[in-house]
Design a protein around this ligand. Sequence first.
Ligand SMILES: [Zn+2]
Length: 520
Amino acid sequence: MKKILFLGIILLFASCKPQGNTIAVTDGLLIENITIITSDSQGKITSAIGNVISDGAVIVAVTDSKAPVKGKFRKIDGTGKYLIPGLIDSHVHLNNIAGLNYPLRQTHPLLVEEYFKRLPKNFLYYGYTTLIDVDNYAPGTIDRLKNIPIGPQIYTCGRKIRVMDDFEMSMNELPTNQKLKLPFLHDKYNESISYPDTVNLNQHTPEVLVKRIASRGNICVKTLYEDATSGLPMGWELPSKEITIEVVQFAHKEGLCVVMHAPSYDGQRFALENGVDIIAHAMWNWTSDPEKFLDTDLPMTHEALVMEIAEKGIGYQPTFRTILGEMDILEDRLLENPQLSKLYSEAYMDFLKSENGQWGRNMILGRPKFLAKVNPSFFHPIRNSFETDEQLFDALYDSYKIKIETVVRLLSENDGNLLFGTDNGAMNMYTHVPGLNGYLEMNHWVDAGVALKQLFKAATYNNAKSFHLLDSLGSIEVGKKANLLVLDSNPLKSIKAYNDIQTIVLEGMPINRNELSVKK
Ligand SMILES: [Zn+2]
């Protein structure tokens, strides 16, 4: 983290006269006369002009009047500018590549290298100084990313905990020998699952799995509840209530929070009732009744559930980009975004525009046929009410979007514990451009009616609090990490402020935003 990457910032070897309140630093940064926007220890947002001083990676003073500083420090004049904590994206998949599926990764090693080289810079370019990878299935990649000198701080949940023959194992049609090699959870309460005698089930209990996750430095446990309301025929196992309660208990014992992938009504009720701390994904699957599959009037049962989630303060990651990223592919508009040339090389862009690069689009376009094939009784009535698959698609995605917006708006109106996350890398879709994806996600929140204050809090304080990182992150306070953003405009007034970043301060080191882009 020592390579200095700043421009236009004055390096001072100050000789301030020591005074009563003089702050002595050895590797300091003074940000002067800036509007500091932060949450206080109770989570209340405050906004006032002041000064922030860091030494090394830590904030050592926040003052409202000019503070004399002595020692070696740099200075940023913040006049007319805004200072906020570095942003936290609490739902990313860092080993997934936006634009390259697994076969393409094998045939395009240079693009893979280029993508990972840009990844930390792209996140920083949009102000993300902390990332939480919710399913650390490729620790080698995560370790390599952590070792890149200039990049966001990375936290991880352990590898996802799932029961034998769960949704993903069944979708991927894994052969038995491969399934048994996974760290699957033995759900002793589900008698319909059987295992060969050779398997030592003692190695697959909630206690063993959670302890292993904790011992590897992860900060959370990720689980999964995916049911038939997605339109797929339910041919997989769901975790039982009892085993989920045990997972939660052991996770809490280890100080870890539990994140559950649960984009459906039943899944979110299950999460709420069994002590899960954080629900991943807005409720975009509402019913398994094909007649009502595209309905977007929020049923009273669903409304009551969302209200309960808000009231109990369960963390909620809407991740609009999971669905709206796919919509961008269908509408084929993202590649024209001028911001991309700041984030990707020409070679990477050329690939995304090439026929090979369009695999994601083709996969999504093939989905109606796929669903009609795997679940004809469910999908035929829906498909039959449209003349073309294109019309069906428009209706399907529009309904997803409205459902997500409805639920998120209700949560925000009821002061729910919204957590900012993008699902970056989901399905390796090219529309999840690291960094830019966060800015797009923010715009979706605002379009849905979330207040800028709530968005700000979701990407800073709420994420830090829900993932037990509040001691070091989430606000601008003495003793916390000096991960800060200097903005040219006010993020409580306009969403554009999040693309108006002048300087990213990473553990006390100021980086001019332009230095992070491909084209300087
Ligand atoms: Zn995800």
